[in-house]
Design a protein around this ligand. Structure first.
Ligand SMILES: Cc1ncc(COP(=O)(O)O)c(C=O)c1O
Length: 478
């Protein structure tokens, strides 16, 4: 049996893929942004079983283009304005290429010293750029959902003596636990609470003010009520850049409450935290300096291909206390002198994600990243100004960063139908949310390829399709 692929054939295919990627990056808008396939189309086009005999890469790649590509929704498309628009970047893609080739697992320092130490270095760079003090130690996970789960596991470790050994079930001496977040916090907090065995009821969503920020007075009232009822407050999750509107919770006031009440404070800055790199936004994470943990997602708004999420924690020893466990076969002679990244998480094997962060930071430089973030914010403000100046549309939330929430001054059904038509155009992809029970469209800017022309075109389409919808549709207007 020969190698996996003849080296010369591999070289040829590697060049072909590199060319394909370069062409794709040069014009990601050659494809419709939102895939037009119907459920089951892709599955139906593929054989139900794996081939018995190996096939040529030619045949495989041709099916990639013919069958797989049409089923791709193009997150790199400049008209991608849905959710949090994220984008890969050329240096990030090249890093992923290398990382796949190296197939490194940085579970132990020994299993790849460079992967471990590059993670330390690149996370120290990023920490300095966003202005968190060096009392925060960093570690990379895949997603913010997992990062928040690790942070809240550490919080549980503090709140429940002996939880690692004795668990929660059947311990009559334990009180019920509570985690608090705003009504606008991400659903990853719910999932973490569920997974930690606290029960979904342990999450209390705190009322927000008219600008969608957690109300500190309501938080205090909830904590007081819980203490009176014999419930132990375990953690508060404050959000810097909420998912629907990108509102920023008053972290300073919340941190003061947590310090007074001795409650773990986790700051979810998954989307907006990177904005702290811009001088005018430096204040964003200033109060997070006294939090216990902070999550930041370079795969959201830092041009790092999915996935890469960072936990910065002032109490990483507590994370280690929750997770470190070394079976005999993983013991090494240098363990006391080095960091073994398996100690700070549930995963043993872990991808070499630091490589792409390092390459992205070096390629763009701090100044290059700041300029791109600032441009996205400018474009969002421009779009918001167009909405504000129009009689047909209204804005439904402030625009602190690069997301604009708005709606046609019509019914919810009309706005939902408008969204369907926009997304069927193939030119743009927007998503929606509900604010105060009102259906709201969201335009999120975060893609490297998005320029003023694309935002202008989106606004033109939105107005044109809304006008058409008013004339032709049976959907109730106002
Ligand atoms: C504020 C916030 N936190 C956490 C998450 C979860 O992110 P991930 O997909 O990395 O788990 C999201 C997702 O959009 C988010 O908006």
């Amino acid at each position: 049996m020969s190698l996996d692929m003849d080296p010369e054939a591999f070289r040829k295919e590697a060049h072909r893929i590199a060319d394909w990627i370069a062409d794709y990056f040069a014009a990601p808008d050659r494809y419709p942004v939102l895939s037009r396939v119907r459920p089951g189309d892709i599955r139906g086009a593929l054989p139900p079983s794996a081939p018995e005999h190996g096939e040529s890469f030619d045949a495989i790649f041709s099916d990639f283009e013919r069958i797989i590509l049409p089923g791709i929704t193009h997150w790199n498309h400049p008209g991608f304005f849905a959710y949090f628009a994220i984008s890969g970047s050329a240096p990030g893609v090249l890093a992923e290429f290398l990382s796949a080739a190296l197939n490194v697992q940085a579970m132990l320092w020994r299993t790849s010293p460079a992967a471990t130490e590059l993670e330390e270095v690149s996370l120290a760079w990023l920490r300095q750029l966003i202005g968190l003090p060096d009392s925060f130690e960093g570690v990379i996970y895949d997603t913010a959902s997992i990062t928040t789960l690790h942070a809240l596991t550490a919080a549980r470790e503090v709140a429940v003596p002996g939880v690692r050994t004795r668990g929660l079930a059947g311990r009559n001496e334990l009180t019920r636990l509570r985690v608090y977040c705003s009504e606008h916090a991400h659903s990853s907090v719910d999932k973490a609470v569920i997974l930690l065995g606290l029960g979904h009821d342990a999450l209390r969503r705190i009322e927000a003010d008219e600008e969608f920020r957690m109300r500190p007075d309501a938080l205090v009232a909830a904590i007081d009520a819980d203490r009176r009822a014999g419930v132990t407050p375990m953690a508060v999750v404050a959000t810097v850049g909420t998912t629907s509107t990108t509102s920023v919770d008053p972290v300073g006031a919340i941190a003061a409450i947590c310090a007074r009440e001795r409650i773990w404070l986790h700051v979810d800055a998954a989307y907006a935290g990177v904005a702290a790199m811009i001088p005018e936004y430096r204040f964003l994470l200033e109060d997070a300096a006294s939090a216990d943990s902070v999550v930041l997602n370079p795969h959201k708004w830092l041009f790092t291909p999915f996935d890469l999420s960072v936990l910065y924690c002032r109490r990483m020893d507590t994370v280690r206390a929750a997770f470190a466990l070394t079976p005999e076969y993983l013991k090494t002679s240098e363990s006391s002198d080095v960091r073994n990244l398996m100690d700070t998480g549930i995963q043993l094997g872990r991808r070499f994600r630091a490589l792409k962060l390092w390459m992205v930071l070096r390629h763009f430089g701090a100044e290059g990243i700041r300029a791109r973030l600032a441009e996205h914010i400018r474009l969002a403000r421009l779009f918001a100004a167009w909405v504000d100046a129009s009689d047909e549309f209204e804005r439904t939330a402030p625009v602190p960063f690069s997301v604009v929430c708005f709606r046609a001054r019509e019914t919810d059904e009309f706005n939902a139908a408008l969204l369907e038509r926009l997304n069927a155009s193939g030119e743009v992809f927007l998503s929606h949310t509900k604010l105060g029970d009102r259906y709201t469209l969201r335009l999120a800017i975060g893609n490297l390829h998005t320029t003023e022309r694309h935002v202008g075109r989106a606004w033109e389409l939105i107005r044109q399709l809304a006008a058409e919808l008013k004339q032709t549709s049976s959907v109730p207007a106002s």
